[in-house]
Design a protein around this ligand. Structure first.
Ligand code: FE2
Length: 292
């Protein structure tokens, strides 16, 4: 059964971290608050920085969930309290399980900081079930050239499969619970019916162009929450002037209480208080600036 869309809202533009601009479709006050287990979607930019102007998110902690960074343009550098450091370029994905806690920094590359450049990408937050909130931190980093891709028979729809399955290809990333994360690029006239298992919640986020899905029309910057069913329609009017880009995200809901504040997502207020205590006491570590 083809899923209908049960709620639509528009992303809000705001500043995060050290002042970088994001477009945030989830959560939005008065709009979509949670699509369990997807907690947050930030579209970073697109923004063109002049030399010396680029900003990122300096040292900050996380506990109880996962951050997934997907770069489209530009480069980000990452460094954490476990001594882990890396650089993400166009198309690259970093799937970080914060688990019991990391302190990390996420900054545009030194080259972009110095010379300026364009940054565009996504960071989404994926919740962890209670039994995994205090798991060991884990990183999965996949180069853009290794992200599985597929194209529809008519050539009008292309998908990059970060998590889950589409058009016969499966993601390389391993997720703690079943998650779907697909980036579709659809040319005018494209029409795809994509499976999304019945036990998954799901959403669409259009970040360029326009989309039709089972009778609902979506514009750039709109998020749509999918109703029950096992298929999703992705269609672009033949008259559209440009290609459409859309994320299809979802997962099996955890159906657990969500206590979230700042960089922590736990099940109870007591666990949140404990996270702040542990961070202040240095029990999530700190970044050794000598690590390179
Ligand atoms: Fe972070």
């Amino acid at each position: 059964m083809l899923r209908h869309i049960k709620q639509v809202s528009t992303a809000q533009t705001q500043l995060e971290g050290g002042g970088f601009q994001v477009r945030r479709p989830l959560p939005v006050a008065g709009g979509v608050r949670l699509v369990d287990p997807i907690l947050m979607i930030d579209e970073m930019g697109p923004v063109d920085y002049k030399p010396g102007e680029a900003v990122g998110a300096p040292d900050h902690p996380h506990r109880g969930f996962e951050t997934v960074t997907y770069m489209l343009e530009g480069e980000f550098e990452h460094r954490d309290s476990g001594g882990h450091a890396g650089k993400l370029g166009p198309g690259d994905v970093q799937w970080m399980t914060a688990g019991r806690g990391v302190v990390h920094s996420e900054m545009p590359s030194a080259h972009i900081m110095k010379h300026g450049g364009r940054i565009h990408g996504f960071q989404i937050w994926v919740n962890l079930p209670a039994r995994l909130k205090m798991t060991e931190p884990r990183y999965q980093e996949i180069k853009g050239s290794s992200i599985p891709e597929a194209v529809s028979e008519d050539g009008l729809a292309q998908v990059r499969v970060i998590a889950g399955e589409a058009l016969g290809v499966s993601a390389r990333i391993d997720t703690h619970t079943p998650i779907v994360y697909q980036h579709w690029t659809l040319q005018p006239g494209a029409a795809v019916k994509q499976a999304l298992p019945e036990d998954h919640n799901g959403l669409l986020y259009v970040f360029s162009g326009e989309l039709d899905s089972n009778g609902t029309h979506l514009d750039d910057g709109q998020i749509a929450v999918l109703d029950e069913g096992d298929m999703v329609e992705l269609a672009v009017p033949a008259s559209a002037g440009t290609a459409t880009q859309v994320l299809l995200l979802g997962g099996v809901p955890l159906n657990e209480p969500v206590a979230r504040r700042g960089p922590f997502v736990m099940n109870t207020a007591d666990e949140l208080a404990r996270a702040y205590e542990d961070y202040r006491a240095g029990r999530m570590g700190e970044i050794n600036q000598a690590v390179n």
